[in-house]
Design a protein around this ligand. Structure first.
Ligand code: CDP
Ligand code: CDP
Length: 212
């Protein structure tokens, strides 16, 4: 049985942290799909055209040190609104989702567009203020020159653009379980995600075992 877990949600909601913990817990692979868009965005900041960058993305682009910067995040959300850029990244994501042994993918459109058949769909969210505070602390800890107000404004701008675009907008899949982590420590958020996933895996196994 190959299980795919789709984890979507707005910026800095905790998708990556939960995805990594869940992947380690179940022994699945993890793909942070935001990195693909950040890498395309970074190459565009270097002067390339968005489609050329998306079609020629290389593994080493995903480990660039500048991908976590505010500029790369903004550029990612600009290129992510382009349908041909999104289309160029679909096959890679779907191939990863089907890998043997299970996969966790986190992003914006995993449950809605990339893996609509995923066995588990989570939509992780938190209030704007909580998300901005988390991202501010995270960026400040790396020495980035950021202010709480600047991080909040960037995050709101990106969420608005991601939600408003015509192709694969940020929104929960109809069958996603929404996890609001505003009041949760990481450990509790992971525990709740694990509970949802275990229940979904059990019901998938029951369905597969049912001779009818
Ligand atoms: O992947 P996404 O942008 O959704 O968020 P993340 O990178 O997993 O989390 C953003 C920051 O919030 C990280 O520094 C996490 O350690 C922190 N976090 C938290 O404090 N409490 C949570 N429940 C989840 C994440
Ligand atoms: O970590 P954070 O949530 O701040 O951002 P990210 O997941 O690294 O994604 C960066 C940007 O890429 C988002 O603001 C989206 O515009 C875009 N993205 C997307 O459109 N679809 C995805 N599946 C993942 C990211």
């Amino acid at each position: 049985m190959t299980i795919t877990i789709a984890i979507d949600g707005p910026a800095a909601a905790g998708k990556g942290t939960i995805s990594k913990a869940v992947a380690a817990r179940f022994g699945y692979g993890h793909l942070d799909t935001g990195l693909l868009y950040r890498a395309v965005g970074a190459r565009v900041l270097d002067g390339e055209s968005p489609l050329e960058a998306a079609e020629n993305l290389r593994p080493e682009d995903l480990t660039r040190e500048d991908l976590r910067s505010a500029d790369a995040a903004r550029s990612a959300s600009q290129v992510a609104a382009l349908p041909d850029v999104r289309a160029a990244l679909v096959d890679f994501q779907r191939a990863f989702a089907r890998r043997q042994g299970g996969a966790v993918l986190d992003g914006r459109d995993i449950g809605t567009v990339i893996c609509p058949e995923a066995e588990v769909k989570l939509f992780v969210t938190a209030s704007d203020a909580v998300r901005a505070d988390r991202r501010y602390r995270e960026m400040a800890a790396t020495g980035a020159e950021v202010t709480p107000e600047g991080v909040l404004a960037d995050l709101r701008e990106r969420d608005a653009r991601d939600s408003a675009r015509a192709t694969a907008p940020l929104k929960p899949a109809e069958d996603a379980v929404v996890l609001d982590t505003s009041e949760m420590e990481i450990g509790e958020a992971v525990a709740q995600a694990v509970a949802v996933i275990e229940a979904a895996i059990a019901s998938t196994q029951m369905r597969d075992d049912d001779p009818a």
